[in-house]
Ligand binder design. Structure first.
Ligand code: MN
Length: 241
């Protein structure tokens, strides 16, 4: 099987996983960098992640123009292209509106890792506010200028919240990005619960670094891979190991 065909199969599975784990509903999207050309990325045509099949996957240049495939693309594909353009280390991006995360985009309190498995989301999670540079908009990332502004706020980090809208996570691999997107929602739920009980003791940046270092050294079947196999089954896919 070609690298491209394998990548498309993994991307379809990733879409089904984020749907099954309720990170994405009718909205939200998952992309990956093209395995054979780093100047392109793979992303479905505009449809709900739960419905996506291999034939829906299109290929885009980093500026969001279509290279291959047909159908109406997601308006917000510029989120993906702008992050790939700025971050050569990023190979997959998940954008979602997962509900527990959104409150942290509209209050002063920052979303921060609270539990060891959530360290992947990163110790520092900024909030991008479309209002800052673009004034009143419909809050969607509708062009490269807005995408690049978001990518700039993300910087070298893993996660960025988008005020009154949702969040975007970037990973070195598809499995890491999917993992981080699920754990961003989990962490938001836990933080909302913990703060209702009292003052929260968050993971320290040093703890986050050590946990991430161990995860990134995980052998096949550990860490992101183990979660991936579990989530494949949850999404009704056969496990692949
Ligand atoms: Mn969106």
């Amino acid at each position: 099987m070609s690298d491209l065909k394998t990548a498309i199969g993994e991307l379809v599975a990733a879409n089904r996983i984020v749907a099954a784990e309720k990170v994405c509903d009718a909205f939200g999207h998952v992309s990956m960098r093209h395995p054979e050309d780093p100047k392109k990325f793979l992303l479905s045509r505009g449809r709900a992640p739960e419905l996506i099949e291999a034939s829906d996957i299109m290929q885009f240049h980093l500026d969001g123009t279509v290279f291959a495939g047909s159908g109406k693309p997601y308006l917000e594909r510029f989120i993906h292209g702008a992050i790939y353009e700025m971050r050569p280390d990023v190979n997959a991006v998940v954008h979602s509106h997962s509900y527990s995360v959104v409150p942290f985009s509209v209050v002063g309190e920052r979303l921060r890792p609270i539990m060891h498995v959530c360290a992947t989301i990163g110790a520092d999670i900024p909030v991008w506010d479309a209002q800052t540079r673009f004034g009143d908009t419909d809050l969607l990332v509708a062009n490269m200028e807005q995408g690049r502004d978001l990518a700039k706020v993300l910087g070298a980090r893993t996660s960025v919240l988008m005020r009154g809208h949702g969040s975007t996570v970037a990973g070195g691999s598809l499995r890491e990005a999917v993992y981080a997107s699920v754990m961003l929602e989990v962490n938001a739920q836990l933080q909302l619960k913990a703060r209702a009980m009292g003052e929260v003791k968050f993971l320290t940046p040093g703890e986050v670094d050590l946990i991430r270092e161990r995860q990134n050294k995980g052998r096949p079947g550990e860490g992101f891979d183990r979660a991936w196999q579990y989530w494949l089954r949850h999404a009704g896919f056969p496990t692949d190991e």
